[in-house]
Design a binder for this molecule. Structure first.
Ligand SMILES: [Zn+2]
Ligand SMILES: [Zn+2]
Length: 393
């Protein structure tokens, strides 16, 4: 099969690799129909995630048609078109029973914090990802969800991570009617966090970024106010000025470890690696939220440590909530929102690129060329697949 192949920082290519096979009775093999490149894939691409091995295949946001199932699989059958949450999880451990699927205890012997993620280094379990023609799906009875007939495949693929992650970011903010919500980061997750904040009753949504075309896009897509941090001397003071001197009710970090905007953080976090990425947005969030407010974090940081103003958080009485999204928990609600027409996720897709051109796709997305918001890779043959062909018609 053709698959994305990691060769080292800033170097990826499309390569023919052996087809995956059923290794466990509860595995399935899926033939990919759509596979996104995620902002968090760029942390891998930039060489910032520990134990990202040469020869691995990235990709944790994909849909596909079930091609084969192991002998114990009961909930899937050959031919089902499924969306596959980025979390790999067992469904039955202590954490899965609490619907903390992103913290599953049975799928990642490499770590006790994060569970497992497709195509996201050996730190996240060492599973190959979906930027390929075929993927092996472990725990196939619990992860994949059959795509409802009336759901567009490109809406479905955004339900594997970006939309649920943005939604959970807003949910963890415990937004109350009329709240002012500040979202840091105008990428796909920030876009869906802003949209979700409205769905949860926010009275005002402000998005902060520095990429002008993205601010322009989110302003229209999510009907929010925008702030270009390059035009702001001090973020906390600026947000306070916008909020009668109080600060925002909720601040959401949709950026994570590769934040721009503070030279010292960039140097210590991204270049010298003295902390697990630049904590710029954590500083902004803690300092811009009002006393007693909530900071919600879904941006990705490394496993070691970050220098953050924890004293300010304590003295202000903040609630801080964070996690990787537990995608499966959100799917029924989010599918309902799409079916009701309250949101059309696929409208954020700006680029559809053949899997063969994966190197160009990463370069384009990483360098934010051509006003790129979300890039979807299409494996050879996916267009001729009857399921997709029908949906495209
Ligand atoms: Zn992702
Ligand atoms: Zn589990």
């Amino acid at each position: 099969m053709l698959a994305m192949d990691y060769r080292g920082p800033y170097r990826v290519r499309a390569k023919h690799k052996p087809d995956p096979v059923i290794e466990h009775p509860n595995d399935a093999i899926v033939r990919v129909t759509r596979s996104c490149i995620c902002g968090s894939d760029l942390h891998l691409y930039h060489g910032l995630v520990p134990d990202t091995r040469i020869g691995s295949t990235f990709g944790h946001e994909f849909t596909g048609v079930v091609e084969d199932v192991g002998s114990s699989v009961q909930n899937l059958k050959v031919g089902d078109h499924v969306l596959v949450p980025f979390n790999i999880f067992c469904g039955s451990c202590y954490f899965c029973q609490k619907e903390l699927y992103s913290n599953c205890h049975n799928v990642n012997p490499e770590a006790t914090a994060v569970g497992a993620i497709y195509g996201y280094s050996h730190t996240a379990g060492g599973y190959d990802g979906g930027q390929a023609e075929l993927v092996r799906i472990p725990m196939a009875d619990v992860g994949p969800t059959v795509i409802p007939k009336d759901l567009h495949v490109e809406d479905a693929v955004l339900l594997t991570d970006a939309f649920p992650t943005g939604y959970q970011a807003a949910e963890m903010g415990d937004i109350e009617e009329g709240d002012t919500v500040v979202v840091f980061g105008a990428g796909p997750v920030g876009i869906f966090a802003a949209k979700s904040a409205w769905l949860m009753g926010a009275g005002r949504v402000i998005v902060v970024d520095h990429v002008e075309y993205r601010l322009e896009f989110i302003k229209n897509y999510a009907q929010c106010e925008v702030v270009n941090f390059k035009e702001v001397a001090d973020m906390a003071i600026h947000i306070k000025k916008m909020t009668d001197g109080l600060g925002a009710d909720v601040c959401i970090d949709c950026v994570g470890c590769e934040a721009a905007g503070n030279a010292a953080q960039t140097l210590t976090g991204r270049y010298l690696k003295l902390q697990a990425g630049a904590a710029t947005v954590l500083h902004w969030a803690i300092n811009s939220v009002r006393k007693g407010g909530t900071v919600s974090i879904v941006g990705v940081y490394g496993p070691t440590f970050n220098a953050i103003p924890i004293g300010n958080a304590i003295n202000k009485g903040l609630t801080m909530r964070m996690n990787q999204a537990s995608v499966k928990r959100h799917l029924p609600r989010l599918i309902e929102h799409i079916q009701a027409g309250r949101i059309i996720p696929r409208q954020i897709i700006t680029h559809r690129i053949p899997l063969e051109e994966v190197a160009d796709a990463y370069h384009l997305f990483s360098s934010k060329l051509d006003n790129c918001i979300k890039t979807v890779l299409i494996p050879p043959g996916a267009y001729s697949n009857s399921v997709v062909a029908k949906e495209e018609a």
